[in-house]
Design a protein around this ligand. Sequence first.
Ligand code: SF4
Length: 381
Amino acid sequence: MPDFESLNWKEELKNNIKTIDELKNFIDLTETEESDLRKVVKQHPMNIPRYYMNLADPADPEDPIRKLSVPSIDELFEKSLTGNTTDDPYGDDKHDKGNGVLHKYPYTALVVATEYCSMYCRHCFRKRMVGLSTNQTVKNFKNAAEYIADHSEIKNVVISGGDPFLLGTEALREMLNALKNIDHLNYVRIGSRAPVVYPLRFMDDELMEVLKEFNEYKALYVPTHFNTAKEITPLATKAVGRLRKAGLTVNNQAVFLKGVNDSVEKLVELMDGLVRIGVNPYYLYQCMPVSKVRRQFQVPLKEGTEIVSEAKRRLDGYAKRFKFIMGDDSGKIEICGSSGNYLVMSQIHSRPEEPEQASKIMIKELTDDAGWLDDLGQDLL
Ligand code: SF4
């Protein structure tokens, strides 16, 4: 195995595993699996860094690293077995201001900076665009920054993608420079799974300097995305350590996924592992009803709520700070817990046209199969 820490991050991307023949050098595939996967990658590209692939147990089809990175025949099914699916669960397309800015909540602007990621995660809710060529890339970040400067209600910016850290350091410097003197911004987030799937990116001293310098103007956060304790390796720990040394805060937004982290023990191990390396558990997302994702990965809400509640009982205060969330088009909804056959929720954000919905408590009837808000039964409140 190469010493990934010492490799040039741009050069190493060329060694990513993109074809089934390359994949066979790393994991065992049955003949049926091989022919199925050849069909899947024609529709949804595969892109796995060698670093990440080396974390998988080659002989174990149930390995969580494999489930997160290697395509599955389930991706050919748009529908799930339990409910409806959509391509755009967050309603992103509706809130696109046409200049790369998604402005859904008044106080937050999200800029899609690139569609490229070092890995194409199989559970990605932006599956419809990641790795495909669309015109959503911000060709001129300055236009997005102008929109943000003109809207004084925007208090924070999320630079998202794709994975913005896969842009060159100079491009990131320019983007951050365009934001650093906008007075009404309190902080900026750079959303990235690279600390998990491509931590060698953060061995770049120049990048660390750019982040450190910006952090002197505005507080800079990295929302990252660890899903299993298996991803908390010495190199990922080092990447997080370097971000923290540059003054950044690293928060984790995991997704609750069947076969990956859907047990009390796995969740406890993940959250404990995160606080040990200085990452704050922030969100645990219920897997969205995304077409070609839900069938493979979504855990029913009833079962999931029991698992999450029991995990929280076993975790200490910092490790259980995360909120169990549905990122619905109507706003973010926290799943507080269940009581008998009812699910208790609290709406965290609401759309500007429905301000009365924010902080609303909802109690809805829970069935065994329900996986999303739309599947729940009658309101109790
Ligand atoms: S890194 Fe993030 S945006 Fe990219 S494929 Fe994975 S989950 Fe999707």
